[in-house]
Design a protein around this ligand. Structure first.
Ligand code: NAD
Length: 417
């Protein structure tokens, strides 16, 4: 039977473990256990058939002690407030782990974008900003794309925000924009690139040669596809298995990431790729590979399948893919996992670079953006790795300890507690 996990309860447990280890006092502990602000709204949206549909939507601002809140907006049929709270908490720890001057937030709309037309999506995006816009802004809370939201959606949201806030240009109020509207070069593949950078550092620390190392990727979407390309290009890895909701495929000899992406684009799925055998999503996670990218959704690795995970190194591009029980099991098996708040922090780091460029109106080359990303991610990896070794804890607990300490310090300096 599948394990269902309340993600916010899971995020609170992860936080509790770090807070207890740090010896946070009771008041600080209680403050950081909860979001500072939550907004729930109801959006009437005119549909193409002339009728009006009502959508429920959220924005959770978890903590802004270190800087303006930052976090994506998800369009998902199974969205709920607790998931958004968990993701907002993780954003807070993520921005602190990579030490960028931002807080954490997350937004979501309960909808199925696959069943909506482009015009309906535009009206929904604009309706979201009309309702939530009063708590957004470059110095307050800066959204970005997330699951099933795109650069085009960010463009509509930016336009709606500017029109409803005096008409001036405010490109820094949202990131993940198209390049002509103030987007940053390097943003599109930044999550996977950041993952590959920390993977490179982890492999070196563990004495694992990435040249020819076997890779399995669970979730062949935006993050997973770039991970395939960059793991091959930057680290010389061999992609032997990938999966999406249609199922998985495996070829021990390796598959060309460009051809996999082409096949997925043409057919909408990875299954059916020539010269590969089908494999179930569950079995892909349990392959004895050198490197596993977990790049789909939450709760992929739980206490049920954790005992069967056989990768040497796991890199969490997805948010919340592994439960606390599974953390312990995987750690005790000697599998080195790079936790989500470090492994996928390249995306928010690139978003921060986008905000910096928007503020100065001076735009970087892709090379500069990639170099700055490398510096940030490498530094963050080594801080977390050193903490994990010093404290004899797994990498998630170490990352949370560093993040919580930084946020608590900002809270204290502000005199909130
Ligand atoms: P996406 O929708 O582009 O891709 C997700 C992929 O996972 C899809 O191909 C889907 O078919 C597949 N999938 C879903 N359930 C699956 C299952 N059970 N087994 C195998 N495959 C499955 O989304 P994305 O932008 O690539 O994001 C993936 C994850 O990474 C999410 O958790 C997201 O929050 C996280 N993330 C993404 C970014 C980013 O910049 N894209 C940044 C930070 C975190």
């Amino acid at each position: 039977m599948a394990v269902t996990v309340n993600l916010f309860a899971m995020a609170q447990r992860q936080f509790d473990a770090a807070a207890e280890r740090l010896g946070l006092d009771e008041t600080m502990h209680e403050l950081l256990r909860w979001p500072l602000r939550e907004m729930q709204v109801t959006l009437p949206v005119r549909m193409d058939d002339g009728g009006t549909r009502i959508f429920r939507a959220f924005r959770v601002q978890y903590n802004d002690a270190r800087g303006p809140c930052k976090g994506g907006i998800r369009f998902h049929p199974q969205e709920n407030l607790d998931t958004i709270r968990a993701l907002a908490a993780w954003m807070t720890w993520k921005t602190a782990v990579v030490d960028i001057p931002l807080g954490g937030a997350k937004g979501g709309v309960i909808c199925n974008p696959k069943q909506m037309s482009e015009r309906e999506l535009e009206r929904l995006s604009r309706a979201y900003v009309r309702r939530i816009g009063r708590v957004l802004g470059e110095d307050v809370d800066v959204p970005a794309p997330d699951v099933y939201t795109t650069a085009q959606i960010m463009a509509w949201m930016l336009d709606e925000y500017e029109v409803t806030h005096g008409g001036g240009h405010r490109p820094g109020m949202i990131t993940g924009k198209p390049i002509p509207l103030g987007g940053s070069l390097g943003r599109t593949d930044a999550t996977a690139r950041g993952g590959c950078i920390v993977l490179r550092e982890a492999a070196t620390a563990l004495g694992l040669d990435t040249q020819g190392a076997s890779v399995a990727i669970q979730g062949f979407g935006n993050a997973g596809q770039y991970a395939a390309l960059l793991a091959q290009e930057l680290l010389g890895c061999k992609v032997i298995a990938v999966s999406d909701t249609s199922g998985g495929i495996v070829n021990e000899g390796g598959m060309a990431p460009e051809l996999l992406i082409k096949h997925k684009l043409e057919t909408g799925a990875v299954s059916g790729f020539p010269d590969a055998e089908p494999i179930s999503n569950a079995n892909l996670l349990e392959l004895p590979v050198d490197i596993l990218f977990v790049a789909a959704l939450e709760n992929a690795i739980t206490e049920q399948n954790a005992p069967r995970i056989r990768a040497r190194l796991s890199c969490e591009l997805a948010n919340g893919p592994q439960t606390p029980e599974a953390d312990q099991i995987v750690h005790e098996k000697g599998i080195f996992f790079i936790p989500d708040c470090l492994a996928n922090a390249g995306g928010v780091t690139a978003s921060y670079f986008e905000m910096v460029q928007n503020q100065s109106s001076y735009y970087w080359t892709a090379e500069r953006a990639n170099e700055e990303l490398d510096r940030k991610m490498t530094t963050a990896f080594h801080q977390v790795y050193e903490c994990a070794r010093a404290e004899k804890v797994h990498m998630r607990l170490a990352a949370h300890m560093i993040a919580v300490r930084r946020v608590a310090e900002a809270v204290r300096l502000r005199g909130w507690v």
